[in-house]
Write a protein that binds this ligand. Structure first.
Ligand SMILES: [Cu+2]
Length: 456
C-alpha cells in the first residue's frame, strides 16, 4: 500500500506548498491513466499542523482549468476556507494563512470548484490534513506516521481495462460517481504491513458517493477513538463502522496475535428507493456475512515493542447545552424527482436543498456569530452525507429518537435520511465570503444540493 508523503508544518517553517497538477498514474502496471494530484500524479501529501500555530499554504494551479482547495473540517474564517468563491485561476497561486485553533483530528483537503468538484476529486484532487496538539501527544497513542499511525484514504473508482475512467450521465448524476474498484491511498488490492501491536488507522472516505460499512473478516472488535471533530471522550468498542463520503474516523486495532486479516465492506446499497424494488440500508447495524468485498489486507510483522494499551479516557470536551440554542432551521436535501411516488426516475432530477438549487449569488441563511442553533436535516430518497463548513456540531437526535453510537462526538459531516437534529455552534466569521453546507455525494453537490450562509 502506498502511503502519502508527510509534510510537517513545523519542520517546514510553517510554510507549505501544494502544486495542483496533471499526471499519469499506473494504478495497474503498464496501464497509465490521466489523473490529477497535489505535488504528484494522484492525491496529495499528508499535511500535519499543530494547534496554536499559523500555517501559510501556497497553492499553485498548473491546470488549464480553475480549481479551489477546501480545508474540510478546519475551523477558520470563511474567506480562507477554499469554497467555490476562492477560485484559483490557471497559473495563479493562492496563499491562505491558516490559524490552527482546534483540537487534534483527522481532516481532509480537496477541490471544491463549483460544478467540477466531483470530476476533480474523482481524478485525484484530495489529501489528508492532520491536526496535532499536546493533549493528543500526552495520550501515547500510536503516532509513528506510516508505521503504526496509518492514513487510509478509501475510494471506489471505475476502471476499464486497467485504466481509470470518469463515469458520466444521468444515472451518474443521480447516484454519484461510483466504481468497480476500491483504492486505498490510490492503491488497488492494497496490502498494509503493520507491526504486530496496537495500530492507529485514520480512515477517510474520499469516495464521491460510496458509503462503506467496514468490519474485519474475523469479526474482531476494535476501538473507535476519534470522529471528524477530533478525539472522543472515551474509546468506543465496535465491530463495524459506517463511513460516508467526507467522514473520517480514527480507530485502534490490535494486531498482536500476528495473524493477517482483511478489512472489508458490506455491499453498496445506497440506491434511491423505487417502489417495491427498494433496498433500504440498515444504517448502524452490524453487517456481517456474504457479499463482502475486501478493502485492505493487513499483514502483521514481528514486533519487539510492547503492546500499547487502549486508554480508558481520551479527552474532556466542552459540551454545549441544547437549551442554549437560539433558533431552529430545517433543511431537506431534495432530489426533485417530480412525483417520486410513481417510482419513475426521469431526467435525473433537480438536486436542491429545501427545493432551491444552489445559486452562488444567493445567501440562503444568516446566522449570528457566536450563536448555537439546532439544524434539523433530512434527505429524500436515499442517504446523504450532510457537511457544514466552518462549524462542528453534535447529533442531538435521529429519527425522533436517541442518536446512534456512530453519531457520537463532534462532527462536521453526518449521514441523513430520516431527520437528525444537529446542535451547531457558529464560531467562525463568514463576512467576506459565505460558508457552504451541502451533500457530500459530490455529484449531488455539483448539481445543486448546496446552500450558503453568512454570519452577522
Ligand atoms: Cu445527496
Amino acid at each position: 500500500m502506498r502511503v502519502p508523503p508527510l509534510l510537517d508544518a513545523r519542520k517546514e517553517g510553517q510554510s507549505l506548498s501544494l502544486q495542483v497538477q496533471t499526471g499519469d498514474t499506473e494504478f495497474f502496471p503498464g496501464r497509465a491513466s490521466q489523473t490529477l494530484g497535489y505535488n504528484g500524479s494522484y492525491l496529495g501529501p499528508t499535511l500535519r499542523v499543530n494547534r496554536g500555530d499559523e500555517v501559510e499554504i501556497a497553492v499553485t494551479n498548473t491546470l488549464k482549468e480553475d480549481t479551489t482547495v477546501h480545508w474540510h473540517g478546519l475551523l477558520i474564517p470563511a474567506e480562507l476556507d477554499g469554497s467555490p468563491h476562492e477560485l484559483i485561476l490557471p497559473g495563479a497561486t493562492w496563499r491562505p494563512r491558516l490559524p490552527i485553533r482546534q483540537p487534534a483530528g483527522t481532516l481532509f483537503y480537496h477541490s471544491h470548484a463549483h460544478g467540477r468538484t466531483g470530476a476533480q476529486v474523482y481524478s485525484g484532487l484530495a489529501g489528508l490534513f492532520l491536526v496535532t496538539d499536546d493533549e493528543e501527544r500526552a495520550l501515547g497513542l500510536p503516532s509513528e506516521y506510516g508505521v503504526d499511525d496509518l492514513p487510509l484514504v478509501l475510494q471506489d473508482r471505475q476502471f476499464e481495462d486497467g485504466r481509470l475512467v470518469l463515469p458520466e450521465g444521468m444515472m451518474t448524476n443521480m447516484l454519484g460517481r461510483r466504481g468497480n474498484t476500491t483504492l486505498v491511498n490510490g492503491t488497488p488490492n492494497a496490502i498494509a504491513r503493520i507491526p504486530g501491536r496496537l495500530v492507529r488507522l485514520r480512515l477517510v472516505n474520499g469516495s464521491n458517493a460510496r458509503i462503506f460499512d467496514l468490519s474485519f473478516a474475523d469479526q474482531r472488535s476494535f476501538h473507535w477513538i476519534a470522529s471528524e471533530g477530533g478525539l472522543l471522550e472515551e474509546p468506543i468498542e465496535v465491530r463495524s463502522l459506517t463511513l460516508a463520503p467526507g467522514e473520517r474516523v480514527e480507530v485502534l486495532v490490535d494486531f498482536s496475535n500476528g495473524r493477517p486479516v482483511a478489512l472489508q465492506t458490506a455491499p453498496d446499497t445506497n440506491l434511491p428507493m423505487m417502489g417495491p424494488l427498494a433496498r433500504v440500508r440498515d444504517f448502524g447495524a452490524e453487517i456481517f456475512g456474504a457479499g463482502h468485498e475486501v478493502v485492505l489486507r493487513f499483514e502483521p510483522i514481528a514486533s519487539d515493542r510492547g503492546t500499547a494499551v487502549v486508554p480508558v479516557r481520551l479527552i474532556a470536551r466542552q459540551r454545549v447545552n441544547a437549551s442554549q440554542a437560539k433558533r431552529r432551521r430545517r433543511f431537506v436535501l431534495t432530489m426533485g424527482m417530480g412525483g417520486m411516488m410513481g417510482g419513475r426516475i426521469g431526467s435525473g432530477g433537480t438536486m436542491a436543498i429545501n427545493g432551491r438549487p444552489f445559486d452562488m449569488d444567493r445567501i440562503d441563511e444568516r446566522v449570528v456569530l457566536g450563536d448555537t442553533e439546532i439544524w434539523e436535516v433530512s434527505g429524500e430518497m436515499m442517504f446523504h452525507p450532510m457537511h457544514i463548513h466552518g462549524v462542528q456540531f453534535e447529533v442531538l437526535s435521529r429519527n425522533g429518537g436517541k442518536p446512534m453510537t456512530r453519531d457520537a462526538g463532534a462532527r462536521d459531516t453526518v449521514l441523513v435520511r430520516e431527520p437528525v437534529e444537529l446542535l451547531v455552534r457558529f464560531t467562525q466569521p463568514a463576512v467576506k465570503a459565505p460558508f457552504m453546507y451541502h451533500c457530500h455525494i459530490l455529484e449531488h453537490e455539483d448539481n445543486g444540493m448546496m446552500g450558503q450562509f453568512v454570519t452577522t
